[in-house]
Design a protein around this ligand. Structure first.
Ligand code: BGP
Length: 482
């Protein structure tokens, strides 16, 4: 009655949200670097030219670039077995299209990986996490152009070769299925259909571009799997999706059908291609009805078939509901649309909390693919505060994580092959959706605030000690309480 032996407990981050050092070591400009800060109610902005006097949270982020040794030591103190982080593409290829990698960038990750290994922490590296080089966006609107596949593969070759023997687990793209909705166009794909200053939430969305971009990313992913296995047969390459668990709002058949359709497009389409190596039948009707025409070249289907991923990973934060009733649709749903679930409470950002949904989805994923699974993001974004005695009492976060870990354990008992858990933002960092620091996820508090103040000092929250006990007992401390 516990988690599997050698279960990978750890935490997850992404370069653009914690490193800072945006112009150091020859780094180029990423799309994340041209996004200003925002809040829960005020969208962040995209500014193709950097504006004097405007705050750009990624530029310094939490200064991990200079403090990674201290941070990794804190992760080790919690007993991490795995650390999921990403490599900033623009540190290795500043504009994205150079033929030779940037040595200073490669050296930075040498040091970071060595630091992990020093504490026997297994790295899991996301190759592209929400920071496409802006140079490629300007050059050919990023993934809309097939030539981007070669740039991505050059990047992969550089890092697969350099870190051979030191890394085993790689993820090709963060939350690839975010690109099935408008929110992923820029965030995930670096696609900007009009290059001008605008609110992040008001980007011009061209679904054709997103889905053509996805086709190129599927090819890139499949070719990266092949390349990785050629360079080192020990390499394990995974996909990474947002698991946006969804229920029919009622048991009306029309609601259930609406929900099935939503699940097919949002939750299964990308992982079906990446895990099974081919486009699923249901997508063709969706393409037809939405005027999407994928330009395929001869040989593309063979490439996809030859490059399925070795394992499946996802983020999991919330669930939502679908309905066929136009009246019910009018309310505000979660970040990813849909309608709220009357049985669930939401976080301060409106994300509905649903631990059982995690067990439910893990079972579905396992039944569908029969590939090892890692939950590589999960957590509660909350407004934390430092009490007068200097402590951060984040019992709400402990509650959130505890309930999700218990449901993961149920999934393990159900027979799901779950290999690891790396909760999101194990150290406070910049929010991807809003660009704010105030939305904190960490076990470690960072003194950095949305007005750009703060000395970047780190402090252990209550959840830090709690998670350390969870890891030390392989989760038993929780299971036995229940
Ligand atoms: C996922 C992203 C992360 C991360 C997380 C939390 O979608 O992969 O980069 O930030 O969500 O979201 P947010 O930062 O918007 O709260």
């Amino acid at each position: 009655m516990s988690f599997p032996k050698n279960f990978y407990w750890g935490g997850a981050t992404a370069a653009n949200q914690l490193e800072g050092g945006w112009q150091e070591g020859g780094k180029g400009v990423a799309i994340s670097d041209i996004c200003t800060g925002g809040t829960a109610d005020r969208s962040k902005r995209i500014t193709p030219e950097i504006e004097e006097g405007t705050f750009y949270p990624s530029h310094e982020a939490i200064d991990h670039y200079h403090r990674f040794r201290e941070d990794i030591a804190l992760f080790a103190e919690m007993g991490f077995k795995m650390y999921r982080f990403s490599i900033a593409w623009t540190r290795i290829f500043p504009n994205g299209d150079e033929s030779e990698p940037n040595e200073a960038g490669l050296r930075f990750y040498d040091e970071l990986i060595d630091e992990c290994r020093k504490y026997r922490i297994e790295p899991m590296i996301t190759i592209s996490h929400y920071e496409v080089p802006f140079g490629l966006t300007k050059k050919w609107n990023s993934w809309t152009d097939r030539r981007q596949i070669d740039c991505y593969l050059n990047f992969c070759r550089a890092i697969f070769t350099r870190y051979k023997g030191k890394v085993k687990y790689w993820l090709t793209f963060n939350e690839l299925n975010s690109a099935t909705s408008a929110v992923g166009g820029l965030l995930n794909q670096g696609i900007l259909n009009e290059i001008r200053p605008m609110d992040f939430m008001e980007q011009v969305d061209v679904p054709q571009n997103r889905f053509q971009g996805l086709h190129h990313q599927f090819l890139a992913s499949a070719l990266a799997v092949k390349l990785a296995h050629e360079i080192d047969p020990e390499y394990q390459i995974g996909c990474m999706q947002i698991m946006a668990t969804s229920y029919g709002l009622t048991c009306k058949p029309a609601d259930q059908l609406a929900n099935q359709k939503q699940n097919q497009i949002m939750n299964w389409f990308c992982s079906d291609v990446q895990c099974r190596g081919k486009y699923p039948n249901y997508i063709h009707r969706y393409f037809r009805e939405n005027g999407i025409e994928i330009q395929m070249e001869p040989g593309d289907e063979e490439i996809l078939l030859a490059g399925p991923v070795d394992f499946y990973t996802c983020s999991y934060y919330m669930s939502g509901c679908q309905t066929a009733d136009p009246e019910a649709k009018k309310g505000k749903g979660n970040l990813l649309g849909g309608v709220p679930n009357p049985y669930l409470k939401a976080s301060d950002w409106g994300w509905q909390i649903d631990p059982e949904g995690l067990r439910y989805s893990l079972n579905e994923i396992w039944d569908r693919y029969q590939k090892p699974i890692f939950v590589v993001e999960n957590g509660l974004g909350a407004y934390d505060k430092i009490d007068e005695d200097g402590k951060v009492r984040d019992d709400y976060r402990i509650e959130y994580l505890k309930s999700h870990i218990c449901q993961m354990h149920e999934a393990v008992l159900d027979g799901v092959d779950l290999r690891g858990y790396t909760p999101w933002g194990c150290i406070d960092l910049v929010s991807a959706s809003t660009g704010e620091m105030a939305k904190r996820y960490g076990f470690i508090f960072v003194e950095r605030y949305d007005d750009g103040t703060g000395d970047f000092s780190r402090r252990r929250k209550e959840s830090f000690y709690w998670y350390r006990d969870v890891i030390e007992t392989n989760g038993e401390v929780l299971i036995n309480i229940l």
